[in-house]
Design a protein around this ligand. Structure first.
Ligand SMILES: Cc1cc2nc3c(=O)[nH]c(=O)nc-3n(C[C@H](O)[C@H](O)[C@H](O)COP(=O)(O)OP(=O)(O)OC[C@H]3O[C@@H](n4cnc5c(N)ncnc54)[C@H](O)[C@@H]3O)c2cc1C
Length: 290
């Protein structure tokens, strides 16, 4: 299937992008890696009159780990997966990115594109939720920094205004000794997940759980944080019983969408299994401080 006709504009600077976005806000779409947008165009599920290609805006393609990890929107998935400094700066992100599609898709796909696309089954929204990531949204009106919980509003829907660009995502500094895991289940390698879990655990000096972060993908119209399960874990010693109880709590109140890939109860079951496996792996990696 061929896309509907559109005007194509390649911009070299943020100024040029904002000029076009301001003039054509309701009729234009930003083109980054194109790994979601081009399929949507080809399936005629979106009909923008103009594509604004931002790939030549160099300032969006860099990242910086001097204060937490700030990742420009155009940084490709493959960089987060492979650049040793970036993997060290946030191993959960690196673990999650590996599950995105296939290598060819990760070579083109961008961090900003995945976050702006906001697919609830995608990996990066779950990582942003788990880590309390912040989205830097820029327009001619100025910068807005939105917490992940305020950014992801619904299925493929974010708080980005039509004249705004997502210019970067900001993650807090990685706490040394934290254990992490990203687990997801899909029928075939590279497919979107039926459900997934992003987990970070911190232990205290006595080996008890000092902090727990759990976010789920594929179980609601956005990625969700399992705060009840997190609270249950604080102060407990790592154990199979603790993981099982937290996994059950993480899915207890969920009403996942049913579709041809599985019923709601099947998705709940898969999500609980992913949480349990991710907790086991994160605990294995967590270090007792001191
Ligand atoms: C076979 C296949 C398998 C896939 N599997 C997965 C998977 O497992 N997990 C997963 O997460 N994704 C998967 N995808 C989707 C895709 O890889 C990601 O959603 C994609 O990489 C998004 O980044 P992009 O740069 O390609 O965005 P684009 O396709 O260019 O854009 C996506 C959307 O975000 C908007 N956008 C992009 N950048 C910005 C910006 N800076 N500011 C504002 N809006 C912006 C665009 O206008 C568009 O609406 C798969 C795709 C294919 C084709």
């Amino acid at each position: 299937v061929k896309p509907p006709p559109f005007e194509y504009e390649q911009v070299e600077s943020l100024d040029e992008a904002f000029e076009l976005l301001t003039e054509n806000a309701d009729d234009a779409k930003v083109l980054a890696g194109g790994q979601s947008l081009i399929p949507l165009l080809s399936l005629r599920l979106t009909h923008p009159e103009m594509l604004i290609d931002i790939n030549r805006i160099e300032s969006l393609a860099s990242w910086d780990d001097s204060a937490g990890l700030r990742i420009g929107a155009l940084v490709r998935h493959r960089v987060a997966e492979r650049a040793p400094e970036m993997v060290a700066a946030n191993p959960l992100l690196a673990a999650a990115v590996k599950y995105i599609g296939h290598a060819a898709i990760r070579n083109r796909g961008t961090i900003g594109g995945s976050v702006a696309h906001a697919d609830p089954a995608a990996e990066l929204p779950a990582v942003m939720m788990a880590l309390d990531g912040e989205m830097e949204c820029l327009s001619r009106r100025g910068t807005r920094r939105l917490a992940a919980a305020d950014f992801f509003l619904g299925y493929l829907t974010t708080a980005l205004e039509p004249d705004e660009l997502l210019v970067a995502v900001q993650l807090p500094a990685w706490v040394a000794g934290s254990g992490w895991s990203f687990r997801e289940f899909s029928r075939r390698s590279g497919d979107f997940a039926i459900a997934g879990a992003a987990v970070v655990l911190q232990l205290d000096g006595a080996g008890a759980i000092a902090d727990a972060r759990i976010a789920l993908s594929g179980v609601a119209d956005t990625a969700v944080r399992a705060t009840g399960a997190e609270t249950l874990l604080i102060g407990q010693s790592p154990s199979e019983e603790a993981w099982a109880a937290a996994a059950a709590a993480a899915v207890a109140d969920l009403e996942p969408p049913a579709d041809l890939h599985g019923s709601a109860s099947y998705r709940r079951h898969v999500a609980a299994s992913m949480v349990r496996a991710a907790l086991q792996e994160a605990a294995h990696r967590a270090e007792v401080p001191g």
